[in-house]
Design a protein around this ligand. Structure first.
Ligand SMILES: Cc1cc2nc3c(=O)[nH]c(=O)nc-3n(C[C@H](O)[C@H](O)[C@H](O)COP(=O)(O)OP(=O)(O)OC[C@H]3O[C@@H](n4cnc5c(N)ncnc54)[C@H](O)[C@@H]3O)c2cc1C
Ligand code: SF4
Length: 341
């Protein structure tokens, strides 16, 4: 059988390499949103450009910016993580592993070792939303007349819909949301702090609540000491794959075992990470008994409305919300967890 393999090539573009944050902000601000984009590790952006999902004329590279590779603080006082730190660094750094194990786990579950060596935590928070009809070559997309997210008009997932439902696919975003973290954004108008949950919009196209000329410089994580936390990722292949569900939980208990704070966040079930506030409310004021956990998992299951636009069936993915919220909570409660099949 003759197989023709098309080498996907990058389109031509100008690469700018600013030496300071001020220079980087000026460079990106001087160009329109369609003309220029920021690039960190390039592990998501370059493949997307090869498929013409993005066609910027200019890229502003962030790799030379030392400020983005800072890491200060500790689990007792809170951490400030530079957005340019690699996922390998985040997954292996001592304070992160000991003080924020869910974050280290999530970073270590992103793609492959090679991509984690290049990919950054800032890029992971800003990673593009995904869809079976969109993450395809230009020719594949052309054959179906493209879709609303790029070059077309129709949404093939929900043809009557006026919006895009592409899926938020970041592994670290749900964890950072569960930890109540904030991001520092620096743009031409200065600097601002935004809770991670406000960084996202439930829209597959305009999925970030930041301006195109704002650079995510740091992630500010509150004290992790005393928090119990975990992240579980569901994907087809254990070696590497984007999440089709992520469950992140962070909670605090008093000396008697009563839960005083809880945050439950679901990834990959909507165009933004989903805060399951009602499930968290079930936990607060209670001990993590099997009955309380079952109720919380049942409540978390309701707002999750995955659509038929990523791997495996939507009914399976929906069912897995309850299964994995239960497993994470049982793990944190020290109860036996059903083995994975
Ligand atoms: C085969 C494969 C498997 C993958 N699997 C996973 C996976 O399992 N889970 C997962 O979460 N991701 C996965 N990814 C996506 C990607 O590798 C990671 O999300 C990675 O963390 C992206 O970081 P980066 O630095 O390479 O971002 P880039 O590709 O450089 O940028 C991604 C986006 O973020 C923007 N950006 C980057 N840095 C900043 C910043 N500091 N401020 C503002 N905007 C910024 C860019 O403009 C771009 O829009 C996979 C990619 C591939 C190719
Ligand atoms: S959800 Fe619809 S508009 Fe969005 S990428 Fe998929 S097919 Fe395109």
């Amino acid at each position: 059988m003759l197989r023709i393999i098309h080498m996907l090539r990058l389109p031509p573009f100008t690469y700018l390499s600013p030496r300071s944050l001020t220079e980087a902000v000026t460079m990106i601000a001087n160009q329109g949103p369609q003309d220029a984009m920021l690039v960190a590790g390039g592990t998501d952006l370059y493949p997307n450009m090869k498929r013409r999902q993005f066609e910027p004329k200019t890229l502003v590279g962030l790799r030379q910016l030392r400020a983005l590779r800072e890491l200060t603080g500790n689990a007792r006082d809170g951490l400030t993580i530079g957005a340019g730190l690699t996922l390998t660094h985040v997954s292996q750094q001592r304070d992160m592993v000991a003080g924020y194990p869910a974050l280290a786990t999530a970073a270590g579950l992103v793609s492959t070792p090679q991509l984690r060596n290049m990919g950054t935590i800032g890029g992971n928070l800003c990673v593009d939303t995904r869809c079976n009809y969109y993450n395809q070559t230009y020719w594949w997309r052309q054959a179906i007349g493209f879709c609303m997210k790029k070059d077309g008009e129709t949404c093939w997932v929900a043809p009557g819909s006026s919006r895009c439902w592409a899926v938020s696919s970041s592994d670290t975003a749900p964890v950072l949301m569960a930890l109540n973290a904030q991001v520092r954004l620096v743009g031409p108008a200065g600097e601002r702090l935004l809770p991670v949950e406000n960084l996202y919009r439930d829209d597959g196209i305009v999925y970030l609540g930041k301006r195109h000329d704002e650079i995510l410089t740091h992630i500010l994580v509150p004290p992790g000491a005393g928090l119990a936390m975990a992240y579980v990722k569901v994907r087809r292949r254990g070696a590497f794959d984007f999440p089709i569900l992520g469950v992140a939980v962070a909670l605090r208990r008093d000396d008697t075992g009563i839960c005083t704070e809880a945050r439950v966040v679901l990834g990959a079930v909507a165009s933004s990470p989903l805060l399951a506030a009602e499930a968290a409310a079930v936990l607060v004021g209670q001990r993590l008994t099997p009955e309380v956990i079952d109720t919380a998992a049942q409540v978390a299951f309701r707002p999750a409305k995955p659509l038929d636009n990523t791997d495996l069936t939507l009914s399976y993915r929906k069912k897995m919300v309850r299964v994995h919220v239960t497993r994470v909570l049982r793990q944190l409660a020290g109860l036996p967890v059903a083995p994975r099949r």
